[in-house]
Design a protein around this ligand. Structure first.
Ligand SMILES: [Zn+2]
Length: 226
C-alpha cells in the first residue's frame, strides 16, 4: 500500500520531468516534411473524412487537447505553427482523439460520460477532507472520500486506453502520411508521446493509492469496532 503511494509519487515526478525535457529537446528537431502541426492535423482530419472538427491555436505551453463536446481540436501556438517532430506528434495525437470520437471508440464514450461525476468527486474531496478535520465524523468522511477517490480512479483507468490508442494511431498516421520519416524523426516523436502517456499511468496509480488508503482505513475501523 505504502509502496504504491511512493511509486505513484516518484513516477509522476519522473513523468512530468520526462515530458518537459523531451518536449524541450524535440521541439528543436525539425521534421524534414516541413509541415506545421496545424497542417498535419488538417491533413489527418481530411484523410479520415472528418469535416465537422475545427482546428484552433491556443495560448500557453502544452495546452493541446481535443474538445469532443464542441468538436474543437486545440493546439498550443508553438505546436500549431511549429514544424518540429514534437509539434507534429502532439497534433497527430489530438487527431487520434478526434478519430476515436468519430468512430465512437468505446473507452472515449465511457470517459465522456464520466466527466460530470468525476468533476463532482474532485470538488467534494477537498471540502470533505477539510470538514473532516473540524466537525465531520470519520463515519461520514472515510466512506465519502473512498467513493470519491474510487470514481477518480475509475476515470483515470478509462483514460489509459483512450490515451494509448490516440498515441498508437498518431504514430501510424504520421509514418503513413510521410509527415515524419522512419528512423531518427520517428524515434524522437515517439519519445515525446510516450512520456506524455506515462503521466496518465502516474495519475491512475496515485488515484488508486488514495482509494486504497481510504478503503483500508474503513476496514481497519471496522475491525476495531468488532
Ligand atoms: Zn490525449
Amino acid at each position: 500500500m505504502f509502496f504504491i503511494i511512493i511509486l505513484a509519487m516518484l513516477l509522476s515526478v519522473y513523468a512530468s520531468w520526462k515530458v518537459s525535457s523531451n518536449y524541450r529537446k524535440y521541439s528543436q528537431v525539425l521534421a524534414s516534411s516541413g509541415m506545421t502541426g496545424a497542417e498535419v492535423a488538417q491533413r489527418i482530419l481530411s484523410l479520415n473524412e472528418i469535416r465537422d472538427v475545427t482546428i484552433h491555436a491556443a495560448p500557453g505551453h502544452l495546452t493541446d487537447h481535443y474538445d469532443p463536446s464542441n468538436r474543437r481540436l486545440v493546439l498550443s501556438e508553438e505546436n500549431y505553427h511549429g514544424q518540429s517532430v514534437a509539434a507534429l506528434g502532439i497534433a497527430a495525437h489530438e487527431c487520434g482523439h478526434a478519430i476515436q470520437h468519430n468512430q465512437l471508440y468505446a473507452p472515449l464514450q465511457w470517459r465522456m460520460a464520466a466527466v460530470g461525476i468525476t468533476t463532482m468527486a474532485g470538488n467534494i474531496i477537498p471540502i470533505v477532507a477539510i470538514g473532516g478535520m473540524f466537525f465531520l465524523s470519520f463515519k461520514i468522511v472515510l466512506p465519502v472520500l473512498a467513493v470519491a477517490f474510487g470514481i477518480v480512479m475509475l476515470f483515470q483507468l478509462v483514460t489509459l486506453p483512450v490515451e494509448f490508442d490516440a498515441t498508437a494511431r498518431a504514430k501510424k498516421i504520421l509514418l503513413s502520411t510521410g509527415a515524419v520519416t522512419q528512423g531518427a524523426e520517428f524515434n524522437a516523436m515517439s519519445k515525446v508521446l510516450d512520456a506524455a502517456a506515462l503521466t496518465y499511468v502516474a495519475a491512475f496509480l496515485s488515484a488508486l493509492a488514495s482509494f486504497l488508503h481510504y478503503a483500508m482505513l474503513i476496514m481497519g475501523r471496522r475491525d476495531d469496532e468488532e
